[in-house]
Design a binder for this molecule. Structure first.
Ligand code: APR
Length: 233
């Protein structure tokens, strides 16, 4: 791909693993500690809002104390130095891309965001949210983390599909390829004629769909990949 091409990068929990934030499906991951149906669905929130808030409060506090790692910084460098557009689409809800100076489309929402289920108002979440918090706009006691739960529609999908249709290079970094629609992005990019590369510690469920693979910890392979792309050390 020439130097002016658009690059779309999908990131997953593996990118933040070396910043100390747990992944979901690795050994001992978040879904080994909690049942998805208890903490990450609209029904779970209706049934027991305080349990759901406790799950996200713990992750929000942990994410706020985490620092971006060399992989986040390398992606921010790429977004700054690449002559074409670099679009980062993240499944992660931490703020580590932004903390490294990058912009990212948060298709699964963000721990830093709060949402009113009654009036759709959004504001910056306090460190700890409870089921009794009132919406600052409509005062309804229906405030929730601004996170996309299983069974809900990810954010900015039309925009993301548009980027995938125009990119010359698609990279997936640190994602197991088990959750759609993100796991299907590689096919969208291939249909648009993009070259595709997977950067991961291990093979994912969709490794076979990629042209190229880089295997290893993100803090090693992502800076090396960015250096190769930009020609900068
Ligand atoms: N470097 C690179 N890759 C890593 C590292 C690392 N240090 N550690 C783990 N990985 C890889 C694993 O090999 C795995 O492929 O990161 C991936 C983590 O997979 P998941 O835990 O399934 O995380 P993710 O793919 O982001 O999950 C997608 O599922 O539960 C939902 O909404 C949640 O956004 C999440 C979505």
């Amino acid at each position: 791909m020439d130097q002016s091409g658009k690059i779309v990068i999908l990131t997953g929990a593996g990118l933040s693993a070396e910043s100390g934030l747990g992944t979901f499906r690795d050994e001992g991951g978040l879904w080994a500690q909690h049942r998805i149906e208890d903490v990450a669905t609209p029904e779970a929130f209706q049934r027991n809002p305080d349990l759901v808030h406790a799950f996200y409060n713990a992750r929000r506090v942990q994410a706020a104390a985490a620092s971006p790692n060399a992989a986040h910084h390398a992606l921010a460098r790429l977004q700054r130095d690449w002559p074409g557009e670099v679009v980062i689409v993240t499944q992660n809800v931490d703020g580590l891309h932004e903390a490294a100076g990058a912009e990212a489309i948060h298709m699964h929402g963000a721990l830093a965001g709060a949402l009113c289920a009654a009036c759709d108002h959004r504001w910056t979440a306090p460190p700890e949210m409870t089921g009794g918090d009132l919406c600052p706009a409509c005062a309804a006691p229906q405030t929730r983390p601004d996170i996309v739960w299983f069974g809900e529609i990810p954010y900015r999908m039309e925009e993301i599909i548009g980027h995938l249709g125009q990119c010359g290079l698609f990279a997936a970094i640190g994602t197991s390829g088990q959750v759609y629609p993100a796991a299907g992005f590689v096919e969208e990019a291939r249909l648009a004629g993009a070259r595709t590369i997977e950067l991961n510690l291990a093979r994912s469920d969709v490794s076979g769909a990629f042209d190229d693979h880089l295997t290893g910890p993100a803090t090693e392979i992502v800076p090396a990949w960015v250096a190769r792309l930009t020609g900068a050390p």
